[in-house]
Design a protein around this ligand. Structure first.
Ligand code: GDP
Length: 426
């Protein structure tokens, strides 16, 4: 069993991109299994920043092949742009990157509907307006267009005709006009042609990799608390972001997966609406936002910031079957003299160790206060290099959620990392 899942353990933006980039040199194949261009994985290499929305973060390592699985939804124009941006940096993707022919295509009207709905609701859900929700709606309603369809102009046109019919009344109701099937078909057939070499049977590649005993990294998007089934519904994304989603999204079975590593920030952030028990709407929250540069890599929106929530993290350990946690952005906490961690919630006088299925907005966090530290952390390369108070902070996380912490990230750059080890070793 040589597949390892890397999954967001909070509300997304945990720094999965950096961790996957660190693990990629140990892997033969990196597979993105869910979500779409609403994800934005930021990589900083040698001080240079690169944001990937669809292509797995492993692409920067020449020996690593990358697959975008059938559980994702693809905006082909974004995909093409990323290939071009990588090309400009001298990173060749040819023969190393494949997107599943089964992955659903984000169409122009998906983005239009997303935007019209979000405007109408006054931004209540806080989607990224990338068309992800409507695209998954089409997938589940069994009327979606898939990447393979882009390679057959006649099939594409006929699927678009049927698909657009279903959206016409919705668009009119929201005061928008749908583009014509003709227009979309022409534009998307061109995109299909440009991407022809990249579209294929991704699951077959993954299967061959498993049979060849290769090492596979399964890369999640968003986070556990945004998962459609396990998150703070309805303020969630439209896919299974959790480790279990890796099976369906990559086309493998649970027995192919050896372990799951959850990525969590040393504090908590959330973008968009929805409950956030440990949110800090004060000066401390702003300090975290500034020190952690907490502005969305996809939308530029300021992220909501708060204390570390061990209840949410405990939930992530359980629903993902985490074998290990990687803690990121520990360096950001250096700005604070004293730290709080939420160890449980209180709801109607009852102590809760796990999030309730509803009324998360009504819970009161129960905090424990821990001592902070003054020392800068980026040069720490192992747990022992961390100041004693930072070591105690990490130990409290391990004890509070019942899962060991492996990698500790102490800065945005690759090298700012403590206790990096081969994720396939255990
Ligand atoms: P992802 O979607 O989970 O990959 O997360 P994002 O890329 O949206 O956000 C993570 C941000 O934190 C990026 O700007 C990273 O460069 C940055 N980052 C990752 N790890 C660290 C860290 O340990 N310290 C600091 N200061 N920044 C980090």
């Amino acid at each position: 069993m040589s597949a390892v899942v890397v999954v967001g353990a909070q509300w997304g933006d945990e720094g999965k991109g950096k961790v996957v980039d660190l693990y990629a040199p140990y892997a033969d194949l990196v597979v993105r299994y869910a979500g779409g261009a609403n994800a934005g994985h930021t990589l900083v290499v040698g001080g240079e920043k690169l944001i990937l929305h669809l292509i797995p973060s492993g692409i920067l390592h020449e020996q690593t092949r990358c697959v975008v699985g059938q559980g994702t939804v693809i905006d082909p124009a974004v995909f093409l742009k990323e290939i071009e941006a990588l090309d400009e940096r001298g990173v060749s993707t040819e023969g190393r990157l494949l997107v599943s022919q089964r992955a659903h295509v984000v169409l122009p009207h998906h983005k239009l509907i997303d935007e019209l709905r979000e405007n109408k609701s006054g931004g209540a859900i806080g989607t990224t307006k990338r068309g992800i929700g409507p695209c998954y709606e089409d997938k589940v309603a069994r009327r979606g267009v898939r990447m393979g369809d882009l390679l057959d102009a006649a099939r594409l046109k006929s699927k678009l005709d049927a698909n657009l019919e279903c959206w016409r009344a919705v668009a009119e109701d929201l005061g928008g006009n749908l583009p014509s099937a003709q227009e979309i078909a022409a534009q998307y057939a061109d995109l299909g042609n440009a991407l022809r070499a990249y579209i294929g049977d991704a699951a077959k590649i993954v299967r061959a990799s498993i049979q060849g005993d290769e090492k596979i990294l399964l890369e999640g998007a968003q986070g556990t608390m945004l998962d459609i089934d396990n998150g703070t519904y309805p303020f969630v994304t439209s896919s299974n972001a959790v480790a279990g989603g890796a099976c369906a999204g990559a086309g493998i079975g649970p027995t192919d997966i050896g372990s799951a590593i959850g990525i969590a920030k040393a504090y908590t952030t959330r973008v968009g609406g929805g409950p956030f028990p440990t949110e800090l709407e004060d000066e401390t929250g702003q300090q975290l936002r500034d020190a952690g540069a907490e502005y969305g890599s996809t939308t530029g929106r300021p992220r909501r910031c708060g204390w570390l929530d061990l209840v949410a993290l405990r939930h992530a350990v359980a629903v993902n079957g985490l074998s290990e946690i990687a803690i990121t952005k520990l360096d950001v906490l250096t700005v604070l003299p004293e730290l709080k961690v939420c160890v449980a919630y209180e709801l109607d006088g009852e102590r809760l160790e796990y999030p309730p299925y509803e009324r998360v907005e009504d819970v009161k966090p129960i905090y424990e206060t821990l001592e902070g530290w003054d020392e800068e952390l980026p040069s720490c390369r192992s747990r022992e290099d961390l100041p004693p108070a930072a070591q105690r902070y990490i130990a409290r996380i391990e004890q509070g959620v019942g899962c060991k912490v492996g990698v500790v990230s102490v800065g945005p750059d690759r090298q700012d990392t403590a206790d990096l080890s081969d994720p396939f070793a255990s």
